[in-house]
Design a binder for this molecule. Structure first.
Ligand SMILES: [Zn+2]
Length: 280
């Protein structure tokens, strides 16, 4: 057990700042790493050979889509087994206690919902849903999974290397044989309902998130470095509105000089303790 990096009274100060305020939580990959969901922007992830899927390439290239869906089929069954971690549970408790009013998340794993949070904005969408890029029809990811399994009945796992995080490394030969799922309604191109790198967050989602942020008076940033503008803009807006800003993260956060309090450490550990003290 390593000693926490933060000061002994940091959680007292966190509780003082949250109590009596209407808190919007802004979350990122750091709240889900304890649930076994890899952080694609972490140094460890970037050191791996694979790079995150790029939205414009996905739209342009049948080969990119084939590789994506082949890997996704292998990885999904493990991904969907992930369960909420201590940070998700703590935020749901704080919502029930009336302290956290809304969660704005950059994660696509639905774990805030699974933990019981009711008011969640998914900035980057959710992997649990798939949308046709042509007719717009939505399909449940489990249903697409069943269709892919039926159309690719060969033992694909045997021919691939599966990393501990569930990501599959597939050879070109395996990928070339893969039958890519199509829209059941129109035969169009399917895309998971997530914002890939290089895609924009839909404006109605951004507007919804800004409205919720404006209705509160504090921003709790947890488990994200806000390296990407789609998340950073909420910290900037909170500062413009004179919201109280507090940060809990393992590393430095863009814009942290605007925060009243920055605690560096495990989001699960720190938020659990704060929730315990604030909700009895
Ligand atoms: Zn369609």
């Amino acid at each position: 057990v390593t000693a926490p990096q933060y000061e002994a009274d940091a959680i007292d100060r966190l509780c003082e700042l949250l109590l009596g305020r209407r808190v919007i939580a802004l979350t990122g990959a750091g709240v889900s790493t304890e649930s076994g969901i890899p952080d694609y922007r972490s140094p460890e992830a970037l050191a791996r050979s694979r790079t995150p899927i790029q939205g414009p390439e996905f739209a342009r290239s049948p080969d990119v889509r084939r590789r994506y869906w082949a890997r996704a089929m292998v990885g999904w069954e493990r991904f969907r087994e992930a369960r909420p971690g201590p940070a998700h549970v703590a935020l749901a408790k704080l919502e029930r206690a009336g302290i956290v009013t809304d969660v704005i998340t950059q994660n696509v794993d639905r774990l805030h919902h699974a933990a019981g949070s009711k008011r969640v904005v998914e900035l980057h969408g959710a992997l649990a849903e798939v949308r046709c890029t042509e007719c717009g029809v939505l399909e449940d990811r489990d249903s697409v999974q069943a269709r892919m399994r039926a159309e690719n009945p060969w033992p694909i796992e045997v021919e691939s290397t599966i990393a501990p995080d569930g990501d599959a490394e597939l050879t070109d030969d395996v990928v070339s044989r893969f039958q890519v799922p199509e829209c059941v309604a129109c035969g169009g191109i399917l895309k998971p309902r997530v914002v890939f790198f290089g895609d924009n967050v839909p404006s109605e989602i951004v507007d919804d998130a800004f409205q919720r942020l404006d209705s509160g008076n504090a921003l709790l940033v947890c488990g994200t470095s806000l390296a990407v503008f789609s998340g950073y803009r909420f910290l900037r807006r909170a500062a413009e509105r004179f919201h109280t800003i507090v940060i809990v993260n393992r590393g430095p956060v863009r814009g942290q000089e605007k925060a009243r309090l920055v605690i560096e450490g495990s989001t699960g550990e720190i938020l659990s303790e704060a929730a315990r003290r604030l909700t009895g």
